[in-house]
Design a binder for this molecule. Structure first.
Ligand SMILES: N[C@@H](CCC(=O)N[C@@H](CS)C(=O)NCC(=O)O)C(=O)O
Length: 213
């Protein structure tokens, strides 16, 4: 049985969607950010970075949401959430998943937590926040252009883990000046992913009641 360490709507959301999509036997273990449990000695033994999520599968412990998503996709090929390794489609899948986690997710994190870079310097915080939002918006525009040309998913007709990952990030990005859903192709993808029972189960289990993305 898998154990997913989570906090509602955090970076565990995409791994959680994957567990539901593949029909895995899993349990959720709350890492309560309200009490800084992610920095506890117990959790640091699971993820030494003190970040959520982490996944345990028997003797295997994994951190980094994208690594968990890839592991679940690879060990459950029957779910069809990633193209076969070594194919051009797999390369395109890697490109978008890594773009999401390395580029869009990073800018969203800076936008949400600018003080991690600026400390108490409030004027600098505003500048950092504005810049991060602008870069995140530009990345969303790149995704929008790709989805408009490859409708409806990153890989065209076939849903993949990258679409679920985008769905997670789009929830975080909802308070942006131009939210992801203002872009028609992204909105169409979100309509499709958020109507999936597996995705709805994942958010319901995290007690998310204000919409998915
Ligand atoms: N790159 C990591 C980022 C994980 C991350 O930053 N998680 C946040 C929640 S979304 C967290 O644990 N924040 C608590 C903290 O930084 O103390 C991943 O994708 O797994």
């Amino acid at each position: 049985m898998y154990t997913l360490y989570y906090y509602p709507a955090n970076a565990n959301a995409a791994p959680h969607m994957m567990l539901e999509e593949i029909g895995a036997d899993f349990r959720l273990s709350l890492v309560d950010r309200a009490t800084e449990a992610q920095k506890s000695d117990t959790y640091l033994k699971i993820n030494p970075n003190g970040r959520i999520p982490a996944l345990q599968d028997g003797d295997l412990t994994l951190f980094e949401a994208a690594a968990i998503v890839l592991y679940l996709a690879d060990t459950h090929p029957e779910a069809g959430l990633a193209p076969r390794v070594g194919t051009p489609e797999r390369a395109v899948f890697y490109q978008w998943l890594i773009f999401l986690t390395n580029s869009l997710q990073e800018e969203l994190m800076i936008w949400q937590y600018p003080d991690r870079l600026t400390g108490d310097d409030k004027p600098a915080e505003a500048v950092v926040k504005t810049g991060a939002q602008a870069r995140a918006a530009a990345y969303l525009d790149v995704i929008e252009d790709h989805l408009a040309a490859n409708d409806p998913y990153f890989l065209g007709d076939t849903i993949s883990a990258a679409d679920l990952y985008l769905t997670m990030l789009c929830r975080w990005a909802r308070p942006m000046t131009t939210p992801p859903r203002a872009r028609p192709a992204i909105a169409r993808l979100l309509d499709l992913t958020t109507s999936r029972p597996a995705v709805q189960r994942a958010y319901a289990a995290q007690s998310i009641t204000d919409g998915i993305a």
